[in-house]
Design a binder for this molecule. Structure first.
Ligand SMILES: CC(C)(COP(=O)(O)OP(=O)(O)OC[C@H]1O[C@@H](n2cnc3c(N)ncnc32)[C@H](O)[C@@H]1OP(=O)(O)O)[C@@H](O)C(=O)NCCC(=O)NCCS
Length: 259
């Protein structure tokens, strides 16, 4: 059996291209930022700003890692919260379709979580929550990694490509499940205010910034929809209580098909 190693990919790393290609093949323009934007997010010089973390796994043949053919890739961000502390927001995970079911996805999640938490510790920031948007087909995988569904929430992921469209009309939204993991011991509920702050921060960091070349009128419409419709719709799906229960995802989302 091959040995496998996990490596963190930095901004100026030659290995970035092969990682981006694997992500792009799975997520495309609808869900993935441009290569330039993803690269720019990595290892920013500002220690208190958002930081992107990109990690990949590589098979090692004859002592040589296959840098051109990653087995799996994970990307996500350390995001400071406006009210203090930070979250880890997991953006994308893919295992090469030839290598699924061999533990690479789970190993990458563990490595990414360790990297983001270590970054928070180094900057004396309290890691308050790990958050992700799950495709319905992947929610069982995430539940196995300790993530729980924000029960009852209705979450929509804005489509990234619409930010750059020149004739953008209505924004497209992907139905996903908002899943969270509490640092330390697993909890049964989370402060509703923390969920709100986390999603506000993810939307602001991931979906609000215009792409290069986005016409100002289109960007204004996208922003108006994001904050005037999409975010309020999510808020109104949360329970009117100080705590949100977090549970295993509902059974209709548990189809154990590799996405
Ligand atoms: C989701 C994905 C990354 C999982 O990677 P993987 O390397 O196949 O996963 P692992 O082998 O580490 O699986 C860990 C456990 O989760 C289970 N699992 C993996 N994918 C699953 C799925 N889609 N549904 C249910 N269970 C799943 C495995 O059976 C395994 O269970 P076990 O520990 O009891 O044996 C991979 O299927 C993939 O790339 N999917 C397409 C992209 C995608 O959907 N990404 C997530 C977007 S939110």
């Amino acid at each position: 059996m091959d040995t496998v190693i996990t490596a963190q990919i930095h901004r100026n790393d030659d290995r970035f291209g092969a990682c981006y290609d694997l992500l792009y093949g799975e997520f495309g323009t609808a869900e993935l930022d441009t290569a330039d934007r993803l690269r720019a997010s990595l290892n920013s010089a500002d220690p208190v700003a958002p930081q992107g973390f990109l990690l990949a796994r590589y098979a090692v043949h004859d002592g040589q890692p296959r840098w051109d053919d990653p087995v799996g890739v994970i990307a996500g961000d350390y995001l400071p919260l406006p009210g203090g502390g930070c979250i880890g927001a997991l953006g994308h995970l893919v295992a090469s379709d030839r290598r699924r079911g061999a533990g690479h996805g789970a190993a990458l999640v563990g490595a990414w979580e360790r990297a983001v938490r270590q970054h928070a510790r180094r900057h004396r920031q309290l890691m308050r929550l790990l958050v992700l948007e799950s495709r319905p087909t992947a929610s069982t995988f995430w539940a196995q990694q300790g993530y729980r569904w924000v029960a009852g929430s209705e979450y929509r992921q804005p489509v990234i490509v619409s930010r750059s469209a020149q004739n953008h009309s209505d924004s497209q939204l992907l139905p996903e499940l908002l899943m969270v993991k509490t640092p330390g011991t697993l909890a049964d509920d989370v402060d509703t205010a923390l969920i709100v702050e986390a999603v506000f921060t993810m939307y602001r960091h991931w979906y609000e910034p215009p792409c290069a070349g986005t016409r100002p009128d289109i960007w204004a419409r996208i922003t108006a929809e994001l904050w005037g419709r999409t975010f309020p719709a999510f808020l109104s799906s949360l329970p009117p209580a100080p705590q949100c229960p977090i549970t295993h995802p509902p059974s209709q989302h548990n189809a154990a098909t590799a996405a």
